[in-house]
Design a protein around this ligand. Structure first.
Ligand SMILES: [Zn+2]
Ligand SMILES: [Zn+2]
Length: 375
């Protein structure tokens, strides 16, 4: 099943401002929230709306989406999938907008929360970037503790509801003032706002529910990736809390330079030295490309600085839209070490061309100096 465009889902333009995105999301999420809308496909629509909003409201994710579109989790980017589990309560969505508090809404400490995103910088070779590569990377990350499955409690036991806040994670502190009774909410310090109390802690994680691990992730670097571009590996960030979705892993690429090729987008640039004879008489030269050696015809009378183009010998577009070209700048190299025979032939050549080269070993600088001082 192909995914719909996020902008299309929210019914906004590509240049929509943050405000417009927020407005569109509020309107649509109200309409399709499964607590309100009882149509059969409301849940799917709501998921789609939520996912679109989560990406477009985050500057980094939005830029990444604009550049690469949907990253298909089935294309081997480490799996994980892009499923957003748990809708969160209807009130939760609006708490995000109104900042909670104030309106008297209670934040549920047991509500699912998404895990944090992770960033990883990967250095790849010039050709690896051009052709893509599959590789394993190891990233340090927090994972749910296997022993207690994230509860933090010793196996066979369960976290108990905090007796001080009765699981709410917050305590009401009432205060009488000249204006009447004011109720303040504070985070419950007995359970640090989790609403739970762990009597017997898990021995592996010490009650935290998470452990630090190095995790191997299989990554498929797409062909055509360029320096500074990034890849989102869905669901490979930090684990969510209370069953919320995991965060994403962003791999930022640094592409090493090449000794012969230069890259600009999908096009490759290089310089080819040729001799004076090749330039004057014409020749067929071998040019290295990323795709192997290619023969290039240099016509007779080619000047230094002439540019040639080899179509389709550049780099594949990272989104699959065509292939770039290779541009070749020809440089005629003047020989610096000549044998007597070579010199004689060149003098003869000059003579036929009607030139008399001044071969005296006097520098240009000395000549100029003499002209000024009148020596
Ligand atoms: Zn544990
Ligand atoms: Zn408590």
């Amino acid at each position: 099943m192909s995914k719909r465009d996020y902008y299309e889902v929210l019914g906004i333009s590509k240049s929509a401002s943050k405000d417009e995105i927020k407005k569109a999301y509020r309107k649509l999420s109200k309409k399709y929230h499964p607590d309100i809308n009882k149509e059969a496909d409301a849940a799917d629509k709501f998921k789609e709306i939520k996912e679109s909003y989560e990406v477009l409201s985050d500057d980094q994710k939005r830029a990444q989406y604009d550049q690469f579109g949907h990253v298909d989790p089935n294309q081997g980017f480490g799996g994980g999938g892009g499923d957003f589990n748990g809708f969160g309560g209807f009130e939760d969505i609006f708490n995000t907008f109104f900042g909670g508090g104030g309106g008297g809404r209670r934040r549920d400490p047991n509500a699912p929360r998404a895990g944090a995103d992770l960033q990883y910088t990967m250095t790849v070779g010039f050709e690896e970037a051009a052709f893509g590569k599959e590789t394993d990377i190891e990233i340090p990350k927090e994972e749910e503790c296997d022993t207690c499955h994230g509860s933090g409690a010793k196996p066979g036991t369960k976290p108990e509801t905090c007796s001080h806040c009765k699981g709410a994670g917050q305590l009401n502190v009432e205060q009488d003032t000249p204006f009447g009774r004011i109720v303040n909410r504070r985070v419950c310090h007995h359970c640090n706002g989790t609403g739970k109390y762990i009597k017997e802690k898990c021995g592996t994680c010490g009650g935290v529910g998470k452990v630090q691990k190095r995790r191997k992730i299989h990554v498929k670097i797409p062909a055509g990736i360029d320096d500074g571009q990034q890849l989102r590996v869905s669901g490979q960030g930090e684990p969510g809390i209370n069953g919320g979705p995991s965060g994403d892993l962003y791999i930022v690429f640094h592409v090493r330079s090449h000794e012969f090729f230069e890259r600009n987008g999908e096009d490759i640039y290089c310089e080819m030295p040729i001799t004076f004879a090749q330039a004057a008489l014409g020749d067929e030269i071998e040019v290295p490309t990323l795709h192997g050696k290619v023969k290039l015809k240099v016509p007779a009378g080619t000047q230094t600085g002439t540019k040639f183009r080899l179509r389709g010998k550049g780099i594949q577009n990272v989104r699959g839209y065509g292939v770039g070209d290779q541009h070749i700048l020809v440089k005629v190299v003047t020989p610096s070490k000549l044998t007597e025979k070579q010199k004689d032939l060149l003098r003869e050549f000059a003579d036929i061309s009607g030139q008399v080269p001044d071969e005296q070993h006097e520098s240009f600088f000395n000549k100029v100096k003499r002209a000024f001082t009148g020596e």
